[in-house]
Design a protein around this ligand. Sequence first.
Ligand code: 13P
Length: 234
Amino acid sequence: MIIALNNKSNLTKEEFIEYQKQLSSIQALSSKIILCPTSTYLALYNLNNIELGAQNVSKDEIGAHTGEIAATQLASLNVKYCIVGHSERRQELKESSEDTNKKIKNLFSKNITPILCVGETKEEKELGKTTSLIKEQLMIAIKDLSEDEKNNIVIAYEPIWSIGTGLIPTIKDIEEVLSLIKEILPNAKCLYGGSANDQNIDYLKTSNLIDGYLLGGLSLKPEKLQIFIEKAEN
Ligand code: 13P
């Protein structure tokens, strides 16, 4: 199982150092835990029990792109995974599926595994557009990838209405989306993200299609995270 921690824009430098100390005692039996800190803290990473991921990458290569971080630079920091197309970036920064396609190619060229986020808004769900929208997000993002790349990409289904709200979809709804993703990408690992926590994990883990989780709020609470991991692995 993969459990990826998306810290988003949280923690000051001092808080991150303390947080990382707490994470150093996190134990997992069989799961791969991936920490995606705010980019300013990537160079402070010093954990043996957890791998390093980033929250974003430039769609351009190294060069004159003020404020961006290129895949080459992430690789030089030992980043092994990178979130791409998070809904907060799609909504706040107008990141398009075409952008995610460029980012995914840049990452693979530096041996960094992309974690592509897909998901629908509440309105899109109510209009019955979930699967067609996710198919569109996915098809554009994986355009021209090699078979090997398609086998190794990680997809995170994150319904936008579920992020930070305490609401989660039914297993039936999650499985409808994950089945679609697995039809298109039979070997890709599929994560669920959106208000996953140490309480609802008992319900979420009843699905055989979920290969792991992308955690936002819970990533910042190491004690609850440990409980989550133990329940998810059981
Ligand atoms: P929450 O777990 O806080 O709902 O965030 C999910 C998320 O957006 C992870 O990328």
